[in-house]
Design a binder for this molecule. Sequence first.
Ligand code: DP6
Length: 344
Amino acid sequence: MAEPSTASRPAAAAAAARAGATAVAHPNIALIKYWGKSDERLFLPRTDSLSMTLDVFPTTTRVTVDAGAAQDTVVFDGRLAGGERLRRITAFLDLVRRQAGRAERAVVVTRNAGPTGAGLASSASGFAALALAAAGAYGLAPDARALSRLARRGSGSASRSVFGGFALWHAGADADSFAEPVPVAGSLEPALVVAVVDAGPKALSSREAMRRTVATSPLYEPWARSSGQDLVEIRAALGRGDLAAAGEIAERNALGMHATMLAARPAVRYFRPASLTVLDRVAALRQGGVGAWATMDAGPNVKVLCHRADSAVVAAALREAAPGAAVHVAGPGPGARLLDGAGR
Ligand code: DP6
């Protein structure tokens, strides 16, 4: 490649100094949960997990390098961020800057289409979008695995939102702890019906809750062991297009995870009365012959796996059971993508 002329060098440097990229990523919901870390700093999970990326509630994030700035600026849903949120994003940008051999600060403008911090995986879509946008802005070009590893360092579950459809995150050590797509039968037409029974931020972060569970719950180790078997079985079920088997496995894996929390000291309890009402209704749907299986994360909201053809029936049943809940129907969504190239 020809050396840039001396006249164009400052222009190139100036362009790099204000380079930016915009990325969009969708949340994912785990059918086999990530719950517990073996390394807090590197975000290494104790167990493998498996999720479906959704086609609702995307996060859109723009990162612009700002050579003149003394610190990073984060605008989150239209407001200037500070405190823990700013600290986490700055720490993540520091990681990207180290990888890129760069030092300039950045402006991050991010917007969530769904509720933030309410168990709807906004940190997964958030850090997947941030990883891709920041990598672009700082001139890195990670492949999908490297991007998944990078997103993991912001929030573990973000490693899976790099991919569309179903994704498996290998617990691994640092270099081999990434997610990858999981093939499923073409006949599988799943939907996730999300019942938001409480859209407010959760009282205890998933990070703190999983830390306490691993440290104090006598049920944690048995759950972690059985989760490995759940993963083997659900992969086989998804591969043969058996949604009923996959749903049963997902429901027991999630309820088992909540059992580990209930046994933590002090207990971590995310269930609200409306969560139980929805779980009852899901069981009633099954008794009435409609395939529906529930999963819950670190929050009170309930996500119900069902056949796409049954999703309207399931959504109507959940709206009737929990009139205060907002009910959304999601299908399998796309992986993270850049909306524009780096450098623009
Ligand atoms: C219950 O990925 O939010 O949703 O890695 O500490 O940021 P950190 O935790 P996070 O935990 C998600 C936990 C979960 C289960 C899952 O998504 O697998």
